[in-house]
Design a protein around this ligand. Structure first.
Ligand SMILES: Cc1ncc(COP(=O)(O)O)c(C=O)c1O
Length: 394
């Protein structure tokens, strides 16, 4: 058997902190490594495998489409793209969509759209207010949008036009708003920043502020969208409607795709002002449409809500048992356990050895982002393994 880990060391750029397993197969909530070891996957490809690995709805659509038409270009119409567009618009509060290939392209596209709006309707305003501890992706501009110094510092100077302010503070947004501001961009719940849930009325206050000042509200739903928080979109949890929303991750059920949507009044791109070679290709769109249609028809978000509540109750029991657990937080199936010390790497490593995959989202917090259709039995198995690990870890 080839030593794949040695190949990675020799040939791959040193960007990822990987666990020492080579995954070769996935089915539902389970993955297997090259040695045949089985793991219960509570990382779901960082929140991507919304229906688990290789769900038949997604796989069937890909198998059919790959034989027929994979890529054209946006010089022409293709049917899966338009079917996906219809599904997204008819099931959201937004009116128009642009389809791209990843989450970061979606957020960057959303910001470009807001800047275009600023040029046309807000006297050339171009600045976007974002939050500390946010995560919006890894392009140069989205690194500036991401309110975490560690992502910005290696690449400074980062592009102009972003102001990072305290999350969950309407006053911070009000103070940062100037005649140059065209939009506020927020995650309904911060994912990579540690699963930070804002106060119930925060987004409503931000919405009111945007309405009062005329600036746009962009919600980055790359992580929270498509059922993750227990509703099809995260904004539904907080009783607000964005002007622009970005999507990615779970939208393709494992297939790479991103999208951003806008209300009619904010959908101001003119022909030629934005584009993509692969974005909206028939193969990705067929995968995404099948995934999204299944999620809507099956009412998967509601199931995620119920199973998430059960997972929270099991994690609360662990909190009662282990004094070094200080908080269980999150919504739906985007959850985190906060420790009072930096043990998440050790916890995640020990869980791996016991056949459970978790994500160390912060040095002192682990994140749970399993497939949305995970079973109660899988939750019991995961919390059982975690219990055994926590009993030994400190
Ligand atoms: C909220 C949010 N926005 C944008 C991104 C970037 O997505 P991608 O890495 O798929 O480009 C992420 C990725 O974690 C994210 O969580």
């Amino acid at each position: 058997m080839a030593d794949w880990i040695e190949l990675e060391k020799k040939y791959f750029m040193r960007t990822f902190k990987r666990m020492p397993v080579v995954l070769v197969r996935g089915q539902g909530a389970r993955v297997w490594d090259e040695l045949g070891n089985e793991y219960l996957d509570f990382t779901a490809g960082w929140g991507v495998n919304s229906l688990g690995h290789c769900h038949p709805a997604m796989v069937g659509a890909v198998m059919e489409q790959v034989k027929v038409l994979v890529q054209t270009s946006n010089q022409f119409y293709t049917v899966p793209q338009l079917q996906l567009a219809e599904l997204l618009v008819e099931n959201s509060c937004l009116d128009r969509v642009f389809i791209c290939n990843s989450g970061v392209e979606a957020t960057e596209g959303a910001v470009k759209l807001a800047r275009r709006y600023g040029k046309l309707h807000l006297n050339n305003a171009y600045q976007v207010i974002t939050a500390f501890e946010s995560f919006h992706g890894r392009t140069l501009a989205m690194t500036a949008a991401t309110g975490q110094r560690k992502f910005q510092e290696p690449y400074e100077p980062t592009p102009d036009g972003f102001v990072n302010v305290e999350y969950n503070s309407i006053e911070a947004i009000q103070r940062a708003t100037t005649p140059q501001t065209c939009a506020v961009m927020l995650e309904p719940v911060q994912g990579e920043g540690g699963v930070n849930v804002p106060d119930d009325d925060y987004l409503r206050k931000v919405r009111e502020w945007c309405d009062r000042t005329g600036i746009l509200l962009i919600l980055d739903e790359v992580q929270t969208g498509v059922g993750r928080l227990g509703t099809l979109f995260g904004y539904q949890q907080f009783d607000v409607e964005p002007d622009i929303m970005s999507l990615g991750k779970g939208l393709g059920g494992g297939f790479p795709i991103g999208a951003f949507l806008a209300r009619e009044r904010a959908a101001v791109f003119a022909p030629g002002e934005h584009g993509s070679t692969f974005g909206g290709n028939p193969l990705a769109c067929a995968a995404s449409r099948a995934t999204l249609a299944f999620i809507i028809e099956d009412d998967t978000p509601n199931k995620a809500q119920r199973i998430g509540a059960y997972l929270v109750s099991e994690l609360e029991k662990l909190k009662q048992k282990y004094p070094f657990i200080v908080e269980v937080r999150g919504r739906g199936l985007l959850l985190a356990l906060q420790f009072d010390r930096d043990i998440s790497d050790r916890v995640v490593k020990s869980c791996l050895e016991r056949g459970l995959l978790l994500n160390p989202v912060k040095p002192a917090a682990v994140r749970f982002i399993p497939p949305l259709n995970i079973s109660l039995k899988d939750v019991d198995e995961a919390t059982g393994k975690l219990d055994a690990v926590l009993a030994e870890v400190v």
